[in-house]
Design a protein. Sequence first.
Length: 256
Amino acid sequence: MTSIRIVGGGRAGKSFEGALAAVGIEVRGVLHRSDAFGDAARDTDAVLLAVPDRLVAQVAAAIEPVATTVVLHCSGSLGLEVLAPHPRRASLHPLVTLPDPVIGTLRLRGHPFFAVAGDQLATDLALKLGGQPIVVPDEQRASYHAAACIAANHLVGLLGQVERVAQSVGLPLEAFLPLARGALDDVAMLGPQRALTGPASRGDGVTIDRHRAVLDRAELPGYDSGVALAERLAECLTERLIDEHLLADAEHIPTS
Protein backbone atom coordinates (compact mmCIF):
# COMPACT_ATOMS: atom_id res chain seq x y z
CA MET A 1 0.00 0.00 0.00
CA THR A 2 1.33 3.42 -0.94
CA SER A 3 -1.56 5.91 -0.81
CA ILE A 4 -4.56 6.83 1.31
CA ARG A 5 -7.20 9.54 1.40
CA ILE A 6 -8.69 10.68 4.70
CA VAL A 7 -12.25 11.88 5.19
CA GLY A 8 -12.49 13.99 8.34
CA GLY A 9 -10.20 16.83 9.36
CA GLY A 10 -10.67 16.65 13.11
CA ARG A 11 -8.22 15.45 15.75
CA ALA A 12 -8.30 11.82 14.59
CA GLY A 13 -8.02 12.64 10.89
CA LYS A 14 -5.14 15.06 11.36
CA SER A 15 -3.36 12.64 13.71
CA PHE A 16 -3.58 9.84 11.15
CA GLU A 17 -2.47 12.23 8.41
CA GLY A 18 0.72 13.08 10.28
CA ALA A 19 1.46 9.51 11.39
CA LEU A 20 0.85 7.89 7.99
CA ALA A 21 2.87 10.51 6.14
CA ALA A 22 5.73 9.98 8.60
CA VAL A 23 5.97 6.28 7.67
CA GLY A 24 6.03 6.94 3.95
CA ILE A 25 2.38 6.58 2.94
CA GLU A 26 1.17 9.24 0.54
CA VAL A 27 -1.84 11.06 2.00
CA ARG A 28 -3.87 12.19 -0.99
CA GLY A 29 -5.73 14.91 0.80
CA VAL A 30 -7.96 15.30 3.83
CA LEU A 31 -11.60 15.91 2.96
CA HIS A 32 -13.81 17.99 5.23
CA ARG A 33 -17.54 18.12 5.82
CA SER A 34 -18.05 20.75 3.12
CA ASP A 35 -16.23 18.70 0.46
CA ALA A 36 -17.81 16.27 -2.00
CA PHE A 37 -17.02 12.65 -1.12
CA GLY A 38 -18.22 10.88 -4.26
CA ASP A 39 -14.80 10.38 -5.86
CA ALA A 40 -12.88 9.82 -2.62
CA ALA A 41 -12.10 6.17 -3.46
CA ARG A 42 -10.64 6.89 -6.90
CA ASP A 43 -6.89 6.84 -7.54
CA THR A 44 -5.97 5.69 -4.04
CA ASP A 45 -5.32 2.40 -2.28
CA ALA A 46 -7.51 3.23 0.70
CA VAL A 47 -9.94 5.73 2.20
CA LEU A 48 -9.95 6.24 5.95
CA LEU A 49 -13.17 7.58 7.46
CA ALA A 50 -12.17 9.60 10.51
CA VAL A 51 -15.62 10.99 11.26
CA PRO A 52 -17.98 10.67 14.26
CA ASP A 53 -19.62 7.25 14.61
CA ARG A 54 -23.05 8.62 13.76
CA LEU A 55 -21.79 9.79 10.36
CA VAL A 56 -19.76 6.77 9.23
CA ALA A 57 -22.57 4.99 7.37
CA GLN A 58 -23.74 8.22 5.76
CA VAL A 59 -20.27 9.16 4.55
CA ALA A 60 -19.53 5.62 3.33
CA ALA A 61 -22.75 5.59 1.33
CA ALA A 62 -21.80 8.89 -0.31
CA ILE A 63 -18.54 7.47 -1.68
CA GLU A 64 -18.70 5.70 -5.05
CA PRO A 65 -17.32 2.16 -4.57
CA VAL A 66 -14.09 1.20 -6.34
CA ALA A 67 -13.36 -2.51 -6.48
CA THR A 68 -9.67 -2.18 -5.66
CA THR A 69 -9.93 0.48 -2.93
CA VAL A 70 -10.27 -0.40 0.74
CA VAL A 71 -12.64 1.80 2.73
CA LEU A 72 -12.01 1.64 6.45
CA HIS A 73 -13.14 3.49 9.55
CA CYS A 74 -11.35 4.16 12.82
CA SER A 75 -14.38 3.73 15.08
CA GLY A 76 -14.00 1.48 18.10
CA SER A 77 -17.68 0.60 18.48
CA LEU A 78 -18.81 0.02 14.88
CA GLY A 79 -18.57 -3.12 12.81
CA LEU A 80 -18.05 -3.43 9.08
CA GLU A 81 -21.72 -3.38 8.12
CA VAL A 82 -21.69 0.44 8.09
CA LEU A 83 -19.34 0.25 5.09
CA ALA A 84 -21.73 -2.02 3.17
CA PRO A 85 -21.55 -0.30 -0.24
CA HIS A 86 -17.86 -1.13 -0.54
CA PRO A 87 -16.48 -4.56 -1.51
CA ARG A 88 -13.25 -4.14 0.48
CA ARG A 89 -13.96 -3.04 4.04
CA ALA A 90 -11.90 -2.75 7.20
CA SER A 91 -11.63 -1.03 10.56
CA LEU A 92 -8.57 0.31 12.37
CA HIS A 93 -9.10 1.65 15.90
CA PRO A 94 -6.07 2.84 17.88
CA LEU A 95 -6.06 2.18 21.63
CA VAL A 96 -4.68 5.63 22.39
CA THR A 97 -6.24 9.02 22.98
CA LEU A 98 -5.77 11.67 20.28
CA PRO A 99 -6.30 14.99 22.08
CA ASP A 100 -4.68 17.06 19.32
CA PRO A 101 -2.88 16.35 16.01
CA VAL A 102 0.64 16.78 17.40
CA ILE A 103 0.21 14.44 20.37
CA GLY A 104 -2.00 12.15 18.31
CA THR A 105 0.64 11.75 15.60
CA LEU A 106 3.26 10.78 18.18
CA ARG A 107 0.96 8.32 19.95
CA LEU A 108 -0.09 6.59 16.73
CA ARG A 109 3.60 5.89 16.15
CA GLY A 110 4.29 4.97 19.78
CA HIS A 111 3.68 1.23 19.28
CA PRO A 112 0.04 1.19 20.44
CA PHE A 113 -2.45 -1.63 20.06
CA PHE A 114 -4.82 -1.30 17.09
CA ALA A 115 -8.12 -3.17 16.98
CA VAL A 116 -8.46 -4.41 13.41
CA ALA A 117 -11.14 -6.21 11.44
CA GLY A 118 -11.90 -6.97 7.81
CA ASP A 119 -9.46 -6.48 4.96
CA GLN A 120 -5.79 -7.37 5.55
CA LEU A 121 -4.87 -3.77 4.78
CA ALA A 122 -5.95 -2.70 8.29
CA THR A 123 -3.40 -5.07 9.82
CA ASP A 124 -0.77 -3.89 7.34
CA LEU A 125 -1.41 -0.28 8.35
CA ALA A 126 -1.15 -1.08 12.04
CA LEU A 127 2.20 -2.81 11.45
CA LYS A 128 3.41 0.00 9.20
CA LEU A 129 2.77 2.46 12.02
CA GLY A 130 4.77 0.24 14.37
CA GLY A 131 1.70 -0.88 16.29
CA GLN A 132 0.40 -4.20 17.55
CA PRO A 133 -2.75 -5.38 15.73
CA ILE A 134 -5.42 -7.22 17.71
CA VAL A 135 -8.41 -8.73 15.92
CA VAL A 136 -11.80 -7.72 17.33
CA PRO A 137 -14.80 -9.29 15.49
CA ASP A 138 -17.91 -7.22 14.83
CA GLU A 139 -19.99 -8.98 17.48
CA GLN A 140 -17.44 -8.03 20.17
CA ARG A 141 -16.89 -4.41 19.18
CA ALA A 142 -19.33 -2.90 21.70
CA SER A 143 -17.73 -4.74 24.62
CA TYR A 144 -14.24 -3.87 23.39
CA HIS A 145 -15.14 -0.20 23.04
CA ALA A 146 -16.79 -0.13 26.45
CA ALA A 147 -13.51 -1.32 27.97
CA ALA A 148 -11.65 1.37 26.05
CA CYS A 149 -14.01 4.09 27.27
CA ILE A 150 -13.72 2.92 30.87
CA ALA A 151 -9.92 2.91 30.59
CA ALA A 152 -9.74 6.46 29.22
CA ASN A 153 -12.94 8.52 29.46
CA HIS A 154 -14.09 7.19 32.82
CA LEU A 155 -10.61 7.55 34.25
CA VAL A 156 -10.53 11.21 33.22
CA GLY A 157 -13.99 11.69 34.76
CA LEU A 158 -12.73 10.10 37.98
CA LEU A 159 -9.75 12.45 38.12
CA GLY A 160 -12.15 15.32 37.59
CA GLN A 161 -13.82 14.25 40.83
CA VAL A 162 -10.42 14.07 42.52
CA GLU A 163 -9.81 17.67 41.42
CA ARG A 164 -13.14 18.90 42.81
CA VAL A 165 -12.78 17.15 46.18
CA ALA A 166 -9.15 18.26 46.50
CA GLN A 167 -10.13 21.86 45.76
CA SER A 168 -12.65 21.72 48.61
CA VAL A 169 -9.71 21.48 51.05
CA GLY A 170 -7.51 23.92 49.12
CA LEU A 171 -5.27 21.39 47.40
CA PRO A 172 -4.37 21.17 43.68
CA LEU A 173 -4.97 18.15 41.48
CA GLU A 174 -1.19 17.97 40.90
CA ALA A 175 -0.67 16.82 44.50
CA PHE A 176 -2.66 13.64 43.77
CA LEU A 177 -1.32 12.78 40.31
CA PRO A 178 1.75 10.87 41.58
CA LEU A 179 -0.63 8.75 43.65
CA ALA A 180 -2.71 8.02 40.55
CA ARG A 181 0.37 7.26 38.44
CA GLY A 182 1.67 4.93 41.14
CA ALA A 183 -1.62 3.06 41.20
CA LEU A 184 -1.49 2.61 37.41
CA ASP A 185 2.08 1.38 37.66
CA ASP A 186 0.99 -1.10 40.34
CA VAL A 187 -1.77 -2.40 38.09
CA ALA A 188 0.73 -2.83 35.26
CA MET A 189 3.12 -4.77 37.51
CA LEU A 190 0.73 -6.72 39.72
CA GLY A 191 -2.69 -6.72 38.06
CA PRO A 192 -5.78 -4.91 39.40
CA GLN A 193 -6.57 -7.38 42.19
CA ARG A 194 -3.18 -7.28 43.87
CA ALA A 195 -2.75 -3.55 43.26
CA LEU A 196 -5.91 -2.66 45.19
CA THR A 197 -5.43 -0.81 48.49
CA GLY A 198 -7.62 1.43 50.66
CA PRO A 199 -10.64 1.05 52.92
CA ALA A 200 -12.84 -0.88 50.47
CA SER A 201 -10.13 -3.51 50.07
CA ARG A 202 -10.01 -3.92 53.87
CA GLY A 203 -13.75 -3.90 54.46
CA ASP A 204 -13.37 -0.67 56.46
CA GLY A 205 -16.94 0.62 56.38
CA VAL A 206 -16.28 3.16 59.15
CA THR A 207 -13.79 5.08 57.01
CA ILE A 208 -16.05 4.89 53.99
CA ASP A 209 -18.94 6.31 56.03
CA ARG A 210 -16.65 9.11 57.23
CA HIS A 211 -15.87 9.99 53.62
CA ARG A 212 -19.54 9.97 52.66
CA ALA A 213 -20.43 12.25 55.58
CA VAL A 214 -18.16 15.08 54.38
CA LEU A 215 -18.50 14.82 50.61
CA ASP A 216 -20.78 17.14 48.67
CA ARG A 217 -24.01 15.30 47.92
CA ALA A 218 -23.39 15.70 44.20
CA GLU A 219 -20.18 13.68 44.56
CA LEU A 220 -21.76 10.70 46.33
CA PRO A 221 -22.97 8.75 43.26
CA GLY A 222 -19.48 8.76 41.78
CA TYR A 223 -17.84 7.91 45.10
CA ASP A 224 -20.30 5.10 45.82
CA SER A 225 -19.72 3.65 42.34
CA GLY A 226 -15.99 3.66 43.00
CA VAL A 227 -16.46 1.91 46.34
CA ALA A 228 -18.66 -0.72 44.70
CA LEU A 229 -16.03 -1.40 42.03
CA ALA A 230 -13.28 -1.67 44.65
CA GLU A 231 -15.41 -4.01 46.79
CA ARG A 232 -16.14 -6.23 43.79
CA LEU A 233 -12.43 -6.40 43.02
CA ALA A 234 -11.63 -7.22 46.64
CA GLU A 235 -14.20 -10.04 46.60
CA CYS A 236 -12.61 -11.46 43.44
CA LEU A 237 -9.20 -11.38 45.13
CA THR A 238 -10.56 -13.13 48.20
CA GLU A 239 -12.11 -15.86 46.07
CA ARG A 240 -8.87 -16.23 44.15
CA LEU A 241 -6.80 -16.55 47.33
CA ILE A 242 -9.24 -19.13 48.73
CA ASP A 243 -8.98 -21.13 45.51
CA GLU A 244 -5.19 -20.92 45.56
CA HIS A 245 -5.09 -21.96 49.23
CA LEU A 246 -7.37 -24.93 48.63
CA LEU A 247 -5.30 -25.93 45.62
CA ALA A 248 -2.12 -25.71 47.68
CA ASP A 249 -3.72 -27.84 50.41
CA ALA A 250 -4.90 -30.38 47.87
CA GLU A 251 -1.38 -30.73 46.51
CA HIS A 252 -0.24 -31.91 49.95
CA ILE A 253 -2.97 -34.49 50.46
CA PRO A 254 -1.44 -37.98 50.48
CA THR A 255 -2.59 -40.10 47.58
CA SER A 256 -1.92 -43.43 49.29
